[in-house]
Ligand binder design. Structure first.
Ligand code: F0G
Length: 456
């Protein structure tokens, strides 16, 4: 069997609407060919992100009813705190309403202008929060990460030698080192326990704080269980505990592996630093026993953190994403390999070689996916990263990707088959895909609001 059947049955369903091709064409024109501007009611399978889009379990929904909405000392907060302390082993917990607020609080407290923050690879909001504090976000991925078709495990790893060299040269400018698990910006690739251990050793040698951006720590722990020797007989939760034990703290966008629609936290060993952050928390999020969350959200996270570590769930989850990737691969479509934890990344340059980078081949693929199948993915290429150079011309990133991020426990295998079949149909007639030109772009983060037209 290629795919383990879903380890749940369905108690509540949400209707999704099939649209006609004509309707979708109109939606595209209205949206200026930008799928961010299409209403979700007109989308059949939405693979824009796996963040906050998961389905909660009956246990989590039941938790909402017992949520304690007390302003201070909420019962639900203590359940939330207990779960995080149990899984991470750290001493202190700070609740936030999502990951980027945790980043804002951490970097604005720790970073000084001119500092450098090394990371295996920063996620966009992480980078933006480092840069907002006039510090430099330095990515140190292993070189294999930059070869999308290379089939090698743990391409999410940190280049530990480069990290050591950077710390030797500029220790006084480096207030912390970050490891992102899994490495979202590098194809959702996992990081090995060995690499986390080595990174930890280097951080200890230089006396620098080591933090984990743990949005997808459960998926990462699953890959360690499957791929790294010595972990086959360990419980996933114990693998997670070991992973956290090598660092001084973490922060999490709980909208991923905690299986909730909103939430986040910071967990730290440093009590002084926690106090400083708590003072800011009160100013921008809320009292330290709720952060930016309702009591019922805290209740759902406490339960979701354990559900996200369940072995049957993780086996199904990662196999579902892999199933989608393998269907595309078998049809000759080039994707980032091996398939990562939460998403399949299609190589749009290979998919549509007749569309030059300045005509946004990745966007052309997102347009075709919506037009042919009502499927929404996101371009990670020249629209997202191509900046206007000083000569007025755009620069282009090395890779033109389209991410198909799979929400957790939301779509069935049949939906994945549908998505793959539609994309394969498009691939067979890919010469029909058209490049695009911009008709409007914002000065920053242009991909969210850009308007484009197809070039005939
Ligand atoms: N860190 C990582 C690794 C992430 O993937 C994200 C969000 C964040 C931090 C920020 O958390 O959204 O709760 O504020 N990633 C989403 C995505 C948005 O689509 O990959 P947030």
């Amino acid at each position: 069997m290629k795919f383990p059947a879903e380890p749940f049955r369905i108690k509540v369903v949400e209707r999704i609407r099939q649209t006609t091709r004509d309707e979708r064409e109109q939606c595209l024109q209205k949206a200026g060919m930008n799928v961010f501007s299409i209403k979700s009611d007109s989308i059949y399978v939405d693979l824009l992100t796996d963040s906050g889009t998961g389905a909660m379990s009956d246990e989590q929904w039941a938790g909402l009813m017992v949520g304690d909405e007390s302003y201070a000392g909420s019962r639900s907060y203590f359940k939330f705190e207990k779960a995080i302390l149990d899984i991470t082993g750290y001493k202190e917990v700070i609740p936030t309403h999502q990951g980027r607020v945790a980043e804002n609080l951490l970097f604005s407290t720790i970073c000084k202008p001119g500092d450098i923050v090394p990371n295996n690879t920063h996620f966009d909001t992480t980078r933006a929060n480092v840069e907002a504090n006039h510090a430099e976000a330095c990515d140190l991925p292993v070189k294999e990460a930059l070869q999308p078709s290379l089939e090698k495990p743990f391409k999410g790893n940190m280049d530990v030698k480069k990290l050591d060299a950077l710390l030797t040269e500029k220790r006084d400018k480096i207030p912390m080192v970050v490891m992102t698990v899994t490495n979202n910006s590098m194809g959702g690739q996992p990081v090995s326990m060995e690499n986390i251990r080595e990174t930890s050793k280097v951080c200890k040698k230089h006396g620098v704080m080591f933090l984990i951006d743990c949005a997808r720590f459960a998926e990462n722990s699953w890959f360690i269980h499957e791929l790294e020797s010595g972990y086959k007989n360990k419980e996933i939760i114990d693998i997670a505990r070991e992973l956290f034990s090598y660092a001084d703290g973490c922060w999490m966008s709980s909208k991923k592996d905690a299986l909730v629609n909103i939430g986040g936290f910071i967990a730290l060993n440093d009590i002084e630093l926690t106090k400083q952050i708590q003072n800011k928390l009160i100013l921008i999020e809320g009292f330290p026993t709720y952060g930016g969350l309702a009591g019922r959200d805290l209740e759902a996270i406490a339960r979701g953190l354990y559900e996200g570590l369940n072995q049957d769930y993780l086996q199904y989850r990662t196999a579902q994403v892999r199933y989608l990737g393998e269907m595309l691969l078998e049809a000759g479509i080039s994707i980032v390999r091996p398939v990562g934890g939460h998403a399949v990344f299609i190589d749009a340059k290979h998919f549509a070689p007749h569309i030059p980078q300045e005509q946004f081949p990745g966007v052309a693929l997102t347009v075709a996916m919506y037009r042919e199948g009502g499927i929404r993915g996101v371009e990670i290429g020249s629209l997202m990263f191509g900046k206007n150079g000083s000569n007025g011309k755009d620069s282009h990133p090395p890779l033109e990707l389209v991410r198909l991020a799979v929400p957790r426990r939301v779509y069935t295998t049949a939906h994945m088959t549908y998505v793959a079949e539609k994309i394969i149909e498009i691939f067979k007639q890919r010469e029909k895909m058209k490049g695009l030109r911009l008709t409007y772009e914002a000065p920053m983060l242009r991909h969210f609001t850009a308007r484009m037209e197809e070039i005939d």
